[in-house]
Design a protein around this ligand. Structure first.
Ligand SMILES: [Fe+2]
Ligand SMILES: [Fe+2]
Length: 322
């Protein structure tokens, strides 16, 4: 494809534009789009689909006392939920923000190089949906879980609820974008927990590894476009963005006990209500499992933490900024 225009822009752009240009130039080589998908023949029914430590109730006695079959079915549902959360992030969180950028609704993001990268990101994310949907269909077929329904994730519900609380379009767009920035920075770690695990079966590990390689690039893209956007925001918009970034961290870290409750009922797990209620009371938001350092670094780099009141917004939500 002719990159004359892009080459000329990237040679004369600021540092962010140069970083974005490098990511753009490596897209065809890096992206998993069009590459050989993980081999489903590697699906090993004797290996667990998921790791216990990632279940939000793995230490609870009700889970520990389950027989092997029920434990295996709960772990398989953990894998289905994990993948479906990915679909939620791709389709309900990131894609609408990409569309906002392409429609020139976000200040500072109208550069051709940014629009090309956003188009590539949309292609990546559509392929990731195909990848994880395929993984879930195979799992549901192999484990006889075809009729399990999951429902919506709290991440999407919280985002939409927050948008309804504000009237102006720029506020709704920034809420969406803040959630996308947080999701795209956190999703690599979210995927890393499985892509580096040798206990789960090879097909699942290969699926997550393939996705993660793209998300490492997406994390950089959203970091750089945040830098480009923030310099165009006024003080009120900056403070609003900080507030929404902090809120999004909590939404991302939510353990989705309502969704799990629905799933455990469908699996006929005994004492499911005790399990969910105990764990929810203990801790509904898993901040301890989230590494916020890259997000905090970004906020510092772009001046979002210049005011103590902005740092306080994070601290008030128990998000450590050191
Ligand atoms: Fe993705
Ligand atoms: Fe992504």
């Amino acid at each position: 494809m002719n990159n004359f225009l892009i080459d000329n822009i990237s040679n004369h752009g600021n540092n962010s534009i140069k970083v974005l240009s490098t990511i753009h130039h490596s897209w065809r080589q890096r992206s998993i789009v069009g590459k050989e998908p993980p081999d489903y023949l590697k699906y090993d029914i004797n290996k667990p689909d998921f790791i216990e430590e990632l279940l939000p109730f793995s230490d609870h006695y009700v889970f520990k006392e389950l027989n092997d079959l029920n434990k295996s079915r709960v772990l398989s549902c953990g894998w289905l939920i994990y993948n479906q959360k990915t679909v939620c992030i791709e389709s309900d969180i990131v894609t609408p923000s990409c569309n906002d950028i392409l429609n020139n609704k976000i200040p500072g993001l109208s550069s051709p190089i940014i629009h090309k990268l956003v188009c590539e990101t949309l292609v990546d994310e559509a392929f990731h949906i195909l990848l994880v949907k395929n993984a879930n269909l195979i799992c549901q077929y192999k484990r006889d879980l075809k009729n399990i329904t999951l429902g919506d994730f709290s991440l999407k519900n919280n985002l939409q609820h927050e948008q309804q609380n504000y009237q102006q379009e720029w506020q709704k767009i920034l809420i969406q974008l803040a959630t996308s920035i947080v999701s795209e920075i956190f999703v690599s770690d979210y995927l890393d927990q499985l892509s580096s695990n040798n206990e789960i079966q090879p097909f699942n590990k290969a699926t997550v590894s393939a996705h993660r390689s793209d998300e490492l690039a997406h994390s950089k893209i959203f970091t750089e476009i945040t830098k480009q956007m923030v310099i165009k925001l006024d003080d009120i918009q900056k403070e609003f963005l900080v507030k929404m970034l902090a809120q999004s961290v909590l939404w991302f870290a939510n353990k989705d006990f309502d969704l799990w409750n629905r799933v455990l009922v469908q699996l006929n797990i005994k004492n499911n209500r005790v399990l969910i209620n105990d764990c929810r009371a203990n801790n509904e938001i898993g901040l301890d499992k989230i590494d916020c350092s890259d997000l905090i670094e970004l906020c510092k780099n772009v001046g979002l933490f210049d005011k103590d009141s902005s740092k306080q917004i994070f601290s008030d939500l128990n998000i450590k900024i050191q």
